[in-house]
Design a protein around this ligand. Sequence first.
Ligand SMILES: *Cc1c(COP(=O)(O)O)cnc(C)c1O
Length: 430
Amino acid sequence: MTRPHLKTKQHLEIDGVDTTQLADKYDTPLYVTSSDRIKQKYNQLKQALKKHYPNIRLHYACKANTNLNILQILEKEGCHIDAVSTGEIYSAIKAGYSPEKILYTGTSVSNEELKYAVDKGVMINLDSLHEMRRLSKITSTEVSFRVNPGVGAGHHDHCITGGSESKFGIWEEDIVEAYKEAIKLGLKPIGIHMHIGSGILEVEKFRPAIEKMMDIVGEITQQVDINLKFIDIGGGLGIPYKPEEKPLDIEKFAKMITTEFKKGLKKHGLEQPTLALEPGRYLVGDSSIILTKVNDIKENPFHKYIGVDAGFNILQRPAMYGSHHGVVNATNPQNAGNYIENAPKKGVNRKAEIAGPLCESGDILAENREITAQEGDILAILDAGAYGYSMASRYNSRPLPAEILIENGEPRVIRERETLKDLLTKQKTK
Ligand SMILES: *Cc1c(COP(=O)(O)O)cnc(C)c1O
């Protein structure tokens, strides 16, 4: 079932908590996250994979959502981290992750960043030969390589991270040489990694990449004297945002991935390395909603606009990728049935655009929606847990919003709302 943490009674509820009361108490715009939903997603995926192969490791790709409390929820479940910056390494360590549990997958990485990662003792996943050579001047540590397997997939061109048009990783034809040179330089390569893209909902889209990966692994182990301890096949597991989208079939996914993986191991006579995955969106994407208040409603011959207090400063994905996010009227959830099981679904006379408060024509959160609203109603923007807050900005000089976590049916502030004063910190005048 999708979004089991959301239900409608008189109002929209998240884990049994009335969202309109949350909006009253903590003001809007407001991020609200279900702790239980994150745990559920993590454990479902982990168990599905473990059924087929014992050595499974999940790294949460934390760029999706770096709130310390969310990092901590996953840490307690036994999750590892994929970090893409020193800021993420810093945050993960602050949240309680031991450095051995952190994989640092940077791109265009500076020497200072490499030094930071080495100092902290996190595993570095190298993105280029140049980076490898620079690292070898600092340390002789264990490393892994990100390979571009020549295939990619994703929900938007910007989110395809494998194949000929991607800046990431070391091209497959150069990867064997990379391992050979790393050893010559004194580094100890013990892993291999790929990440082909994001927002993938079809199991079969992953198959060519994993097949290719296992062939690459075979080639490396044949030509280089190393024992790969882990094979990391990245993240990219999608979630359904649109009503007509079906969730990724996680049981099928786990079976396909592990079957191809084991086939590859057997073919190349390999031991039992750890199979690592790096889901970001899949673990946290549907766990959060944004509560936003209706300020203004207007109509012209072409459109009806419902003006709310959240724009692409709060949620960038619609403006940046043309992404769809479900919108439910939390005060009067008569349209919620599009997104929430057993919720009412009433048609409307005129569809509406949900428009933000930013002075930009592109500041439309949702287009052509079956929703009615009145001034003061609270709307919920669904599936905002991944690449929501972590991409939010202060554009138009609007303070960043507060974040609430629901744990055991109780709301808790996990980030305070910024004030106007916060907008000016670090600025200097004469
Ligand atoms: C962003 C990213 C991921 C996670 O992507 P999702 O689509 O959120 O699962 C995994 N690995 C790396 C290296 C990434 O950069």
